[in-house]
Design a protein around this ligand. Structure first.
Ligand code: C5P
Length: 222
């Protein structure tokens, strides 16, 4: 049996990680949350006072970091040099700085190398912004997951409220729109739909429907 890779790209809050995790569970694929890797570097930069505009300094910092993604039922646990930073990488502060950290070529080259290494361990499903376009351009299945900004902000808002965390819908909307703009307009590997990707708009589909769509694409005989 040939190795299967599934690439899921899309803007913030489109449901990529939820969907990817469910597909991974059902098809026994290794799930790799690439956004968590950029988030971890952004967190480490803030913690160590490394300038997020300095690509070389960030690359130097990254060279000293191990980032481990441990998949658990509740989601991906993220270990930064063996310290659990799963919650720390999901703050508003990290949200704000991560697109800048992720815009540097030196950072991306190293991240892409690590992601390919992880993916080579088995059948894998990766979610991010540049998986279908750069990390795994030969992936068997490529999905571009999308939804309106309003719906994406609303979902994030509900998630936060459910977790008992403070949340402001208008702020979220602004934050998401800004991050999308930075991710889509950067020079290196901007967010865009890959050639051959199937666009799935989750505004009008439920999570199980999206999961089924992807599973059918994976199972489709070639
Ligand atoms: O997917 P998530 O929202 O956790 O990603 C956080 C940020 O990491 C994105 O806004 C983007 O700036 C960056 N990212 C990236 N390329 C990826 C995954 C994430 O540039 N493959």
């Amino acid at each position: 049996i040939n190795k299967i890779n599934v690439a899921i790209d899309g803007p913030a809050g489109a449901g990529k990680s939820t969907v990817a995790k469910m597909v991974a569970d059902q098809l026994s694929l290794l799930y790799i949350d690439t956004g968590a890797m950029y988030r971890t570097l952004a967190y480490a930069a803030l913690e160590n006072n490394v300038n997020v505009n300095d690509g070389d300094a960030l690359k130097h910092l990254l060279d000293q970091l191990t980032i481990k993604l441990v998949n658990e039922n509740s989601g991906t646990k993220v270990l930064l040099n063996d310290r659990d930073v799963s919650n720390e990488i999901r703050t508003a502060e990290v949200n704000k700085h991560v697109p800048v950290v992720a815009s540097h070529e030196a950072v991306r080259l190293e991240m892409v190398e690590r992601q390919r290494m992880l993916a080579s361990e088995g059948n894998a499903i990766l979610d991010g912004r540049d998986i279908g376009t750069h990390v795994l351009p030969d992936a068997e299945v490529k999905i571009f997951l999308n939804a309106s900004v309003d719906v994406r902000a609303q979902r994030r808002h509900e998630e936060q409220v459910k977790k008992g965390l403070p949340s402001n819908l208008d702020e979220l909307k602004k934050e998401i729109a800004k991050r999308d703009k930075l991710d889509s307009t950067r020079e290196v590997a901007p967010l865009c739909k890959a050639v051959g990707a199937t666009e799935v708009d989750t505004t009008s589909f439920t999570i199980p429907e999206v999961v089924d769509t992807i599973i059918n694409l994976v199972k489709k005989p070639v």
